[in-house]
Design a protein around this ligand. Structure first.
Ligand code: SF4
Ligand code: SF4
Length: 334
C-alpha cells in the first residue's frame, strides 16, 4: 500500500518475517468491529441490520486487544457501526498504539467534534472518514442532509490539530467516471487529506438498496476512465499499485480474505468482512477451519461481483512482495 515510509518498512519487515517462518496465511490488517450500532442508516450498509439486542452490545476493550494480540496483525482498521459510539474507543485506540499497531479509525465523522479531545496525533493513528461523493451524492448515500458539510468541517479540524486524516469512498452504479474524479479531486486538492481509500460497493445481501451495486466489468470501466489523464498518479491513493491495476482491469488475482480478517462482537467472521458463514473463536481457528478454496470470484456466486480490498488488496500486496519489479514500483509510491 502507498503509506508513510516508516510504516511501509515496518509492514515489509513483518511480511518478510512471516514468509521466513514459512507461514502462508497471516493477517495484514484486521477489520475490528467493536459494535454494530450507528448514528446513520445508509441505504448500502450491510452492518446495521442486527436485532436491537445485538446493536446495543459494546465489545470490552480487553476482548478486542486479546484478539489483536492473538493474530499479530501490524495494522487495525476499527469500523462498525460507528466506532465513536463506543464509550471506551479512546482507550482501545491508545492501547493499540501502545502496542505499536497502526490504527485507522473509520467514522462518518458526526461525533468527531464531541470526541476529538480524547485523541492525540500519532504516527500510528489516522482517521478514516467515510465520504462517498460531493455534498449531494454523499448526503444521498448516507440518507441524511448536511452530513457532508459536517464531515468536511470535522476533517478540517482534525488536520488543524495535526492528525493524519484519510478518507474512504465507496462507489455505486450511480457513479460515473466524472463523479469519481470530482470527489477525489476535491479530497486530494481542496481538502488535502493525507490519503484516500476507494472501493466498489459490495452487494450485501442485507443492504436495503440492492439495485445500485457495480458488476466487475462496470467497476473496471469506471476506474479505468477515472484514472485517466494522470489522475491515478496524482491522487494520494492508499492502495498498492497492483491493487489499483486490479481495479482498472490490468491485473487479476484470487481472493486472499484471510489477509484482512474481520473480528466483531460475534467472533472471527468467516470468510471475510462482507460475508458471514459462521464465526471462529480465534484467528488460528479461522485460518485452519475455513475452506478458503471455495471462496472468490468464479467459486461462490456471492463473490461474483466482489472487488473489495478485504479480498484482493492482500493478494496485490503478496504479489508485490514476490516481485522485485513490483516492489520497486510500490516503493516509488511511498
Ligand atoms: S455510516 Fe457506515 S456503519 Fe453507519 S450506516 Fe453508514 S455505512 Fe453503515
Ligand atoms: S471475493 Fe473474497 S472478499 Fe469478496 S466476498 Fe468473496 S470471500 Fe469475501
Amino acid at each position: 500500500m502507498s503509506m508513510p515510509f516508516r510504516q511501509t518498512m515496518r509492514i515489509a519487515g513483518y511480511l518478510l518475517r512471516r514468509k521466513l517462518r514459512g507461514q502462508h496465511k497471516f493477517p495484514l490488517i484486521v477489520e475490528l468491529e467493536p459494535l454494530f450500532a450507528c448514528n446513520l442508516a445508509c441505504a448500502g450498509c450491510g452492518k446495521i441490520q442486527h436485532p436491537a439486542s445485538v446493536l446495543k452490545q459494546r465489545m470490552p476493550v480487553q476482548q478486542a486487544l486479546d484478539a489483536i494480540d492473538e493474530c499479530g496483525a501490524p495494522m487495525v482498521s476499527i469500523a462498525g457501526g460507528e466506532p465513536l459510539m463506543h464509550p471506551q474507543i479512546d482507550v482501545l485506540v491508545a492501547e493499540l498504539i501502545r502496542r505499536r499497531k497502526y490504527v485507522f479509525l473509520c467514522t462518518n465523522a458526526l461525533l468527531i467534534p464531541k470526541k476529538l479531545d480524547k485523541f492525540r496525533p500519532s504516527p500510528y493513528f489516522a482517521w478514516a472518514v467515510h465520504i462517498d461523493g460531493l455534498a449531494e451524492r454523499h448526503d444521498a448515500s448516507v440518507c441524511k442532509d448536511g452530513v457532508f458539510d459536517e464531515a468536511v468541517a470535522a476533517i478540517r479540524e482534525c488536520k488543524r490539530r495535526g492528525f493524519r486524516v484519510t478518507t474512504n469512498t465507496t462507489f455505486f452504479s450511480t457513479d460515473s467516471p466524472q463523479t469519481v474524479i470530482d470527489v477525489l479531486n476535491y479530497l486530494n486538492d481542496d481538502l488535502r487529506v493525507d490519503q484516500m481509500m476507494i472501493s466498489p460497493a459490495y452487494a450485501y445481501e442485507k443492504a436495503p438498496d440492492q439495485e445500485h451495486f457495480l458488476g466487475v466489468t462496470e467497476t473496471r470501466e469506471l476506474f479505468r476512465k477515472a484514472f485517466g489523464d494522470g489522475n491515478r498518479k496524482r491522487w494520494r491513493l492508499n492502495h498498492s499499485p497492483l491493487f489499483l491495476d486490479f481495479l482498472e482491469g490490468k491485473a487479476d488475482f484470487g481472493c486472499t480474505a484471510w489477509g484482512i480478517p474481520s473480528y466483531s462482537l460475534k467472533g472471527w467472521q468467516r470468510p471475510c468482512y462482507l460475508m458471514a458463514d459462521g464465526y471462529a473463536t480465534s484467528y488460528r481457528e479461522l485460518v485452519e477451519s475455513t475452506d478458503w478454496d471455495s471462496y472468490g470470484r468464479g467459486r461462490d456466486p456471492r463473490c461474483a461481483n466482489c472487488m473489495a480490498h478485504c479480498g484482493y488488496e492482500p493478494s496485490a500486496v503478496f504479489a508485490t512482495m514476490s516481485s522485485l519489479r513490483e516492489s520497486i514500483r510500490a516503493a516509488r509510491g511511498t
